[in-house]
Design a protein. Structure first.
Length: 671
């Protein structure tokens, strides 16, 4: 079993059987940095080093700074040393143990500062990886808080009983009151309402629910009461399966390592064997013990992978810092490296390519209504003003944007899934689905005239455009149409073009929304491959098909709870920061903090630039190590010169990697 840091900390993600737990008994807690033992030991090691270092440079007595170095070694090195010994017991050897031996060897020949610095770097790295993994695990556990802890179960005689949701069984009937979260996956038996199921499907608007319609646990019921028959055990609900998918994908990705870590086993074994040979062979031929030990320790120092480690980390960390300044938070060096490997992008729709909120995009008064666009919008806004429905808020906002002041509404009433009715200036005004004003949807869409001049072509054209059309009627006579759509982000087209250019493949659209709306957004952004109506597990399947079928490395971009499994399953995942759910933000490898889509192809290019610098640095570090090692083996490399050469190569590769901190690096990435 691998004992590297990434694999060790990933063990905390190994899941127990997925079973919804009442939030009251398992509240979500966000892991604090100092709650992790790795972080506490790393902090102690770092503080001790930072105090000892200036004392050492100032020439203070070793009795002052010496004990502090001992603390730095012990606090930061005991755990890697212990894990390294366990790995040895399993006949494995890793660079962590080699670093501990190199640090102790450096201390043995007087280079205490170098050894302590190695210990601090490794301890801090392990603590950051443990924190990232713990935060992801917190978010996965917290997802189940979306589901309610109790439900109202109805007995055959109609009596009500409040029970924990995990005690519900298939066939039970539950009552879901207005504003409550639905307690289980099931099907509506009685009642009409709307359900906000964006957490499951990503649809931006509440979905009408009537007898026979399916509902999901954790989704929010609107202002109608529903009787729901439970059709799935709580442990098999869609929300529980999302948790399982995220955990499964996280376990699959967790062992991923940086490029240099992939060869650490062979490198570590090679250095140890070579060091023993450098010590043992001269000793066998009669060389002095002290001289042989000094040569061997010099060899271990010049052969230790300090420069190799720094060859990898500074370019990646510089790229992370530069991306962070421009609104993209990349969570780790591993994540930054993986971003540069992607060769196809898959994008969510709602909240990613679109802003996730509806807006009025067309106002059409009907002939004979006596209203212009402002008059129709003001009339609709007056009726919608008391409503909290997303479409109502969009209509009111559109009226406000035009500077209109809607009249006061009286006798307001909202019918779930249909629309609103109110009295405005003595007239009864209704705003809602076309079929709710005296004719069925089928009659209207077939081409019938509804109270005047609303034809089937009018409505069909708007429905096929991917928008939501509502009909405004006054005293039972249709007076106009409003079309509302989820607005595409202003930079979506540029981002799609950028991803196409950087990966060489056009992005794929994966969405839970309906095919009509998905097609409209795809047409607006230049996407041709559209897959709509997908549940979370369907998105995971689509991502795996892209990766497995053609061997591609997929970058998935999303924002919602329903996107989290795909974010975890993809080679790299990027979440939208402003509207992103906690689970999506924690699961993703990177977060676009400002929701600027064009930053995504830029950070992919920045990652590729970092990978090129890593290769350059590995060449520099390898050449320097080879020269110093050959010098030590063939000739006599003085220890001070060996240390200077080793540290000099480390400085060179470090400075080379820092080139990506410059603003010009981001400008080149943006293109």
């Amino acid at each position: 079993m691998c004992s590297c840091k990434v694999c060790r900390v990933s063990a905390t993600l190994a899941p127990s059987p997925v079973r919804p737990t009442p939030a009251s008994t398992a509240p979500r807690r966000r892991t604090r940095v100092l709650a992790l033992p790795e972080a506490r030991w790393a902090l102690a090691s770092t503080v001790a080093f930072l105090i000892a270092f200036p004392l050492d440079l100032a020439g203070a007595s070793a009795w002052l700074y010496g004990p502090l170095y001992v603390v730095a070694y012990a606090a930061g090195g005991w755990e890697p040393a212990l894990e390294g010994l366990r790995a040895l017991r399993e006949k494995s050897l890793d660079v962590d143990l080699l670093m501990i031996v190199a640090a102790l060897g450096a201390a043995a020949i007087g280079q205490v500062l170098d050894g302590a610095l190695l210990i601090v770097i490794f301890a801090t790295s392990g603590a950051l990886e443990a924190l990232a993994t713990a935060r992801t695990a917190d978010s996965v556990r917290g997802l189940l808080d979306l589901a309610p802890t109790t439900a109202t179960r109805l007995s055959p005689d109609g009596t009500e009983e409040t029970v924990p949701t995990d005690r519900l069984a298939v066939g039970d009937t539950v009552l879901v009151r207005p504003g409550e979260r639905i307690g289980a996956d099931g099907r509506v038996l009685e009642g009409e309402s709307e359900a906000d199921q964006a957490t499951i499907t990503g649809e931006p608007l509440p979905v009408p629910k009537a007898p026979g319609d399916e509902v999901f646990a954790g989704t929010l019921n609107g202002n109608g009461a529903l009787r729901v028959r439970v059709e799935r055990d709580p442990a098999d609900s869609v929300i529980a399966r999302i948790v399982g998918l995220v955990e499964e994908a996280s376990r699959t990705k967790a062992p991923t390592q940086l490029f240099i870590e992939k060869v650490e086993q062979r490198y570590a074994v090679g250095v140890v064997v070579a060091t023993l040979a450098v010590f043992g062979i001269p000793l066998a031929f009669g060389e002095d013990l002290t001289e042989a030990l000094l040569r061997a320790m010099t060899f271990m120092i010049v052969a230790s992978p300090c420069a190799v480690v720094l060859a990898t980390m500074p370019p990646l960390l510089s790229a992370i810092a530069n991306a962070g300044r421009h609104g993209v938070l990349v969570k780790s060096a591993v994540a930054m490296e993986r971003l540069g490997e992607v060769d196809v992008a898959a994008l969510d729709k709602t909240g990613t390519l679109t802003e996730g909120t509806p807006e009025v995009t067309a106002v059409r008064p009907l002939p004979g209504s006596g209203l212009d666009e402002d008059g129709l919008l003001a009339l609709a806004a007056a009726a919608e003003h008391p409503s909290e429905h997303p479409l109502a808020r969009a209509v009111v906002a559109a009226a406000g944007a035009r500077g209109l002041r809607p009249a006061a509404a009286e006798e307001f009433a909202a019918t779930p899934g249909r629309g609103v009715r109110a009295t405005v200036e003595g007239c009864v005004v209704t705003v809602g689905r076309p079929g709710e004003h005296g004719a069925s949807d089928g009659e209207v869409l077939d081409g019938d005239i509804l109270d005047g001049e609303v034809t089937g072509g009018d409505l069909v054209g708007r429905q096929e455009s991917g928008g939501t059309t509502v009909l405004v009627a006054r005293d039972g006579v249709a007076v106009g149409l409003l079309t509302l759509t989820d607005r595409v982000r202003h930079d979506a087209s540029a981002a799609v073009a950028g991803l196409t250019a950087v990966t060489g493949t056009a992005p794929v659209l994966l969405t839970g929304d309906n095919p009509r709306t998905a097609a409209r957004v795809a047409a607006d952004t230049g996407i041709t491959d559209v897959r709509a109506g997908l549940l979370p597990q369907d998105k995971v399947t689509a991502v795996r098909e892209l990766q497995g079928g053609e061997g591609r490395k997929v970058l998935f971009v999303g924002d919602g709870v329903n996107d989290a499994p795909a974010l975890a399953a993809a080679h790299s995942g990027v979440a939208m920061g402003r509207a992103g759910s906690d689970l999506a933000l924690e699961t993703a490898d990177a977060v676009v903090v400002r929701d600027e889509l064009v930053a995504i192809p830029a950070v992919v290019r920045l990652s590729r630039a970092a990978r090129r610098l890593v290769v350059q640095n590995l060449v520099i570090a390898g050449v320097c190590i080879a020269v110093l090692v050959v010098w030590d083996l063939v000739g006599h490399l003085p220890l001070p010169l060996g240390v200077a050469g080793h540290e000099g190569s480390t400085v060179i590769v470090g400075l080379n990697g820092l080139r990506l901190l410059r603003e010009s690096a981001w400008r080149r990435a943006v293109g």
